[in-house]
Design a protein around this ligand. Sequence first.
Ligand SMILES: [Zn+2]
Length: 324
Amino acid sequence: MEPVKSPGGVPPFGYQWNIAEKHLEVNKWERNIVLLIFKYALKDNLSPYNIAKSLNKYNLNSSRKGKLWTYKSVSYLFAPSRIDFYAGYQHDQKGSWEPIITSSMAAELKKKNIVTKTGSRPHKNKYLLTGGIAHCGYCQGHIKSAYYKSAASINAYYYCSTRSVYGKDKCPDSKTIIQGIADNIVIQTIKAQVQNLNNIQKWTAKYYSQQARDISSKVNEIDTKISSLLKGLNSIKSIDGVSKANKEIADLLAQKEKLLNLKLDRFDFNKLLAARNIEKKNIDQQKELLSSIIKKLDLFGDKIVIEFPFVISSQGSSKLEKEF
Ligand SMILES: [Zn+2]
């Protein structure tokens, strides 16, 4: 069998053209990086994302132009055809180039079944928590979705938008969160609130009346202060003293007006009731329901924190934490 001379196009990372001799030769610097990438995967079990991060941290750039590695450019190296190439084979034929890895290492890499293919999102709008519904619990950045495909499965994730520059973490604590798990936790949490609607209405009403009592007692306090200031006005002799007292009264009146105008934001519980079969609705309806039921939703690496515009416990809390 005639050995394969060379593949066409740009040489794979790790190789370069020898123009004089018209064949592919190993680029020693790049070869070391290829070996490091495979060691990270095999010995340290790092994902392509974390491999890219490590390489960028040590300035082991992906090209001579100084480009940063991305999970995509790292994962290309794990395509079965690329692994074969590094072992010196193409289309099951021995090539004429010097291998970078042994055949047994190639077999080991293929067995690991690391993400080998990246692609566009199959269902663009299937992410429940994007579009401003969720925020990063560490930096309040927007939550974005990511998608990639391995030989074995399709993986959809959420991540903090400020983490998008690979290896240059702006939000170092943020983690990649599996979309299916996060969405399910949120849906189940909402359904649990619907189940508890009677209690929630009771607790919320108690909170509202407490709040109303607090407001009226504060208003009474202000009224008392104002009337004593008014009584004292006649006995003030200096002009400065009078204008100071007038200023104090004006401030108190403004405070009182603010308190009286404080509209209690009464939650319409029909919105919560509408979510009783939320999982059966389409994604747009689910998102709309969520944004009307939830005040705030933060994603952390290990938990989701949801804040509601109503009271969800007998202790008067409106917040709930759910661990992954
Ligand atoms: Zn963040």
